[in-house]
Design a protein around this ligand. Structure first.
Ligand code: BTN
Length: 314
């Protein structure tokens, strides 16, 4: 019997207390073995309520494999869950370099050095968000990986009972005018074939508002699933299910049109970041390659951007 077995049983019976003897009988071990595992889980931070003469019950929201799988349809993923890492992207990259297969998901309850795009850091406090990285080994150079991830996050959040979401090109997910998710995709190319050896898609979602609020990020960050029960496990499950669907089944055109339908920048006034300088422009379209088509206000020239960053003018 492992602690995962105990968690799985408690997950499946969240609505009632399970006695120590029932658990022991179901898992084929002694009551004291169950007690030891439950104590270790509690010490690790799992919210397990223990009541004399009634037994054990899982109450709060804490990420676990059993907790995630409970809400998932897809069985193809392999999980590696950590209490704390520097960055799940770093761990996933190390594992992938050592041959870890496609479909492994590295999840952390906390990141001590979460990374964002453009060398920024990503705020990753405990219990308020989900931070995970998916290892993929696509056959060809896939610009669409990030696009798929953005659609999967937007759909997954809503499926888990969260707020309505939209996508800000290229890969931020928003609730209203504030960001609730960032995605950092890192690909390692195979020098011999010129294709991708592996890629790591790192996803960080603000699930609920931290106790003291978002602090200095309060004007730009928001949580997507405040008030949703068991939201951490549910969110990871729904995003991964949807990502699998897009990665394995969908037609390319379908992915692009879903992305476009969710994008809220078309028609908006923005500033295109060009190093130290910002150029005012209007977003005209998102093309079939998911490039952002902008018309510069000063020159009236049009450009299709395949990467980079734009700032929304409020
Ligand atoms: C951004 O908004 O600039 C991208 C943020 C990406 C954050 C996620 S959290 C999981 C994974 N690990 C990291 O260090 N970064 C990504």
């Amino acid at each position: 019997m492992t602690s995962e077995d105990v968690l799985k049983y408690l997950e499946e019976n969240r609505e009632s207390y399970v006695s120590g003897s029932k658990l022991a009988q179901e898992l084929g071990v002694s009551r004291s073995a169950v007690w030891k595992v439950v104590s270790a889980l509690k010490a690790q931070g799992f919210p397990i309520d223990c009541v004399r003469n009634r037994g054990y019950r899982l109450t709060g929201d804490m990420l676990s494999e059993a907790g995630i799988r409970k809400y998932m349809f897809v069985g193809a993923y392999k999980f590696r869950i950590y209490d704390i890492v520097t960055s799940t992207n770093d761990v996933a990259r190390e594992l992938a370099a050592l041959g870890e297969p496609e479909g492994t998901v590295v999840i952390a309850r906390v990141q001590s050095a979460g990374r964002g795009r453009m060398g920024r850091s990503f705020y990753s406090p405990e219990g308020c968000g989900v931070y995970f990285s998916i290892i993929v080994r696509p056959k060809r150079m896939e610009r669409l990986l990030t696009v798929m991830a953005a659609v999967a996050v937007a759909d997954g959040i809503e499926d888990a009972g969260g707020l309505d979401t939209s996508i800000k090109w290229v890969n931020d997910v928003y609730v209203g005018e504030k960001k609730c998710c960032g995605i950092l995709t890192e690909a390692i190319t195979d020098m011999e074939t010129g294709g991708i050896d592996y890629a790591v898609i790192g996803i960080g979602i603000n699930v609920r508002t931290p106790e003291g609020g978002f602090g200095k990020l309060k004007n730009i960050a928001a949580a997507a699933l405040d008030g949703v029960q068991d939201a951490l496990n549910k969110t990871v499950a729904k995003v991964l299910d949807r990502f699998y669907e897009l990665y394995t089944l969908s037609e390319r055109d379908e992915i692009v049109s879903e992305y476009k339908a969710r994008s809220f920048l078309i028609g908006r006034e923005v500033n295109v970041v060009k190093g130290d300088y910002e150029a005012p422009a209007t977003v005209v379209d998102i093309d079939d390659d998911c490039r952002l088509v902008v018309r510069y206000s000063e020159t009236l020239e049009t450009e299709s951007l395949s990467a980079g960053e734009v700032k929304i003018k409020l």
